[in-house]
Design a binder for this molecule. Structure first.
Ligand code: GLN
Length: 305
């Protein structure tokens, strides 16, 4: 095993240059639609906080659903297993913004990484902290060491303007009593959460606790070893929506994608990886990002299998 994976990252970046198709950026809000699909960055953070990368690895992008991992971990650290009464942990096999399963399952979303489940987690974190997106931002800043991390208010406003689907999900779950806060206040928190601008370096570092079995950058415990395992397990089975099976097959790591084109992946006990390229496939996962992680585990043998 090389002491640094830099040569592997350099090789992957060169290979990605020749990738025939890159997909298209998310187009549901203008702020994401104008991203350049040729951009590519990849960072690795070691357990001790050493971070290195290639390409646009220090360029901030819209983290979007990647934040769902952090709100889940924060909520679990506060309320523990009570959360699982309100959200499941089974793959949905449906698109990330789907409504269809909610009616059959009494307003309990299938998992915390589809939008419905993430809304429940943010709602509960909001009740527990009084400021879910603020708690998230403080955590991301502390773990990445980047105090400049912040929300992109334009993206958040754009999400609000095009937020009918998320509003429908929240109202529907509220009708089953599975949302505690007023829906507009919850949506405001959720859209701010999704709008966090962060780079591959920031997000690889922020996810480090998942590789350190629940231990934060300062050595304190966020999650027990068992809970960190549970979060990684849900990432593996649900982190890339209805492509989670294909992602596990190709990459073999717990991973979480966002429609900004980022993906974080965890090698428990070894390192975290974050990759970014804005072109998405049909299921909302970065085309070059999945390809790069596929090559990463193939070239290094670093997978959970
Ligand atoms: N803000 C997006 C939404 O709620 C996040 C979705 C995603 O990244 N998959 O629709």
């Amino acid at each position: 095993m090389p002491s640094t994976l830099q040569p592997v990252l350099d090789r992957i970046a060169a290979e990605i240059e020749t990738l025939p198709g890159r997909g298209s950026p998310a187009d549901y809000i203008p702020a994401l639609a104008c991203a350049d699909p040729r951009r590519f960055g990849m960072a690795v953070a070691e357990l001790d906080g050493t971070v290195y990368g290639v390409g646009d690895w220090r360029h901030p992008f819209s983290s979007q659903s990647i934040t769902k991992v952090f709100t889940l971990a924060l909520d679990l650290s506060l309320e523990g297993d009570e959360l699982w009464e309100h959200v499941g942990r089974e793959p949905s096999g449906n698109p990330f913004n789907s409504l269809v399963q909610l009616e059959y399952e009494n307003g309990i979303p299938r998992n915390p990484f589809i939008n419905a489940g993430a809304l429940v987690v943010t709602d509960r974190l909001q009740t527990l902290t009084g400021d879910a997106s603020g708690a998230l931002l403080a955590f991301l800043r502390a773990e990445s060491g980047n105090d400049r991390l912040t929300f992109d208010e334009k993206v958040a406003a754009s999400e609000t303007a095009h937020g009918d689907r998320n509003a429908a999900l929240a109202h529907f779950m509220a009708s089953y009593g599975n949302i505690g806060n007023p829906v507009p206040a919850l949506l405001d928190q959720y859209f701010r959460q999704c709008s966090v601008e962060a780079s591959c370096a920031d997000l690889a570092l922020a996810a480090g606790f998942l590789a350190r079995h629940g231990i934060r950058a300062d050595g304190s415990t966020l999650l027990t070893r068992s809970r960190a395992k549970q979060v990684n397990a849900v990432m593996l089975t649900c982190g890339t929506y209805d492509a989670a099976g294909d992602f596990a097959h190709r990459v073999g790591l717990p991973g979480k994608s966002g429609v900004g084109g980022g993906i974080i992946a965890v090698v428990p006990g070894r390192c975290t990886v974050c990759v970014w390229s804005p072109g998405l496939d049909q299921r909302g996962n970065s085309v070059a990002g999945v390809a790069a992680l596929d090559r990463f585990t193939t070239l290094t043998g670093l997978s959970v299998f």
